[in-house]
Design a protein around this ligand. Structure first.
Ligand SMILES: Cc1cc2nc3c(=O)[nH]c(=O)nc-3n(C[C@H](O)[C@H](O)[C@H](O)COP(=O)(O)O)c2cc1C
Length: 253
């Protein structure tokens, strides 16, 4: 079974550090991906696709297909490389794209690449994609190298509201009665990227059981759900969420 923890063994990925370091970048320069990064990404994408049936693809040096990204906000510029999150047009695959896409995002960040999750559509005619009828691009992750946090990034941060560090916003119930692993999960879930920074994922701990659900359902909510669940698992470090909205937490054996 594909497990994000294997990336620590394989490439020495420090997930906690990558989560703290990750910040959306929206202005990319024209540097190519490093050969080693490209190989590692392709290897992991292959493994994820084999395990999940997703059709994630890495697109390199295709600015003509990636600018502009119709329907996106934030005025991304100079996008040359991207991880396309492709799967069946259903909620489960959208969530999987969120979960596995965020593993790939954190792998990129750990290796020094800049990233931005993006919802929207690209010019598929300019790409030779392996995509079946019924498959859709759920979202993409722009990757590459960018200037330091740009003025544009700061403006977007302001509009979206600064990264809210308050875990009380994503939990129902009284935190005093919750175990420390659950609170650590919340802290890391609170740092998860989400579309429009809406953070629609709510956790609860009732009668010794942990639960998660969506507080609202919009265009990218299931992607947000997958991303948030991964962050929680990294923070809690003792189990895994079942798939879907209204899911429960299963402890590692
Ligand atoms: C599914 C999804 C779609 C997103 N779409 C866009 C987008 O179209 N344009 C953009 O600038 N940022 C997009 N973002 C990035 C969020 O705005 C960003 O993650 C959020 O504001 C939190 O900021 P941070 O990533 O710097 O922590 C998206 C994020 C997710 C998870």
């Amino acid at each position: 079974m594909y497990n994000y923890k294997d990336l620590t063994k394989k490439y020495d990925v420090d997930f906690a550090k990558a989560i703290h370091k990750r910040k959306s970048k929206r202005t990319f320069n024209d540097l190519p991906l490093k050969r080693e990064d490209e190989e590692i990404l392709k290897t992991e994408i292959l493994e994820i696709n084999r395990e999940t049936g997703l059709k994630i693809q890495l697109v390199e040096d295709k600015p003509e297909a990636l600018n502009p990204i119709e329907g996106s906000y934030g005025l991304l510029t100079g996008v040359r490389h991207a991880i396309l999150l492709i799967g069946k047009d259903d909620e489960d695959d959208a969530e999987r794209c969120g979960y596995y896409g965020e593993i790939l995002t954190l792998l990129c960040v750990d290796r020094g690449m800049d990233t931005c999750w993006v919802g929207g559509s690209i010019n598929k005619d300019k790409l030779d994609l392996d995509i079946d009828d019924g498959d859709v691009i759920h979202a993409l992750i722009a990757v590459g190298s960018s200037a330091e946090h740009s003025f544009k990034d700061s403006v977007i941060d302001k509009i979206m509201g600064f990264k809210e560090k308050n875990r009380e916003n994503i939990v129902e119930g009284n935190l005093h009665n919750m175990p420390s692993w659950f609170k650590e999960g919340l802290d890391v879930a609170n740092m998860a990227p989400s579309s429009l920074n809406q953070k629609p994922v709510i956790y609860s701990y009732v009668e010794l059981e942990a639960h998660v659900k969506l507080s609202s359902k919009q265009r990218y909510s299931y992607l947000d759900l997958g991303i948030s669940k991964l962050h929680f698992e990294i923070g809690a470090d003792c189990g895994k969420w079942t798939l879907g909205d209204e899911a429960s937490f299963e402890f590692e054996k």
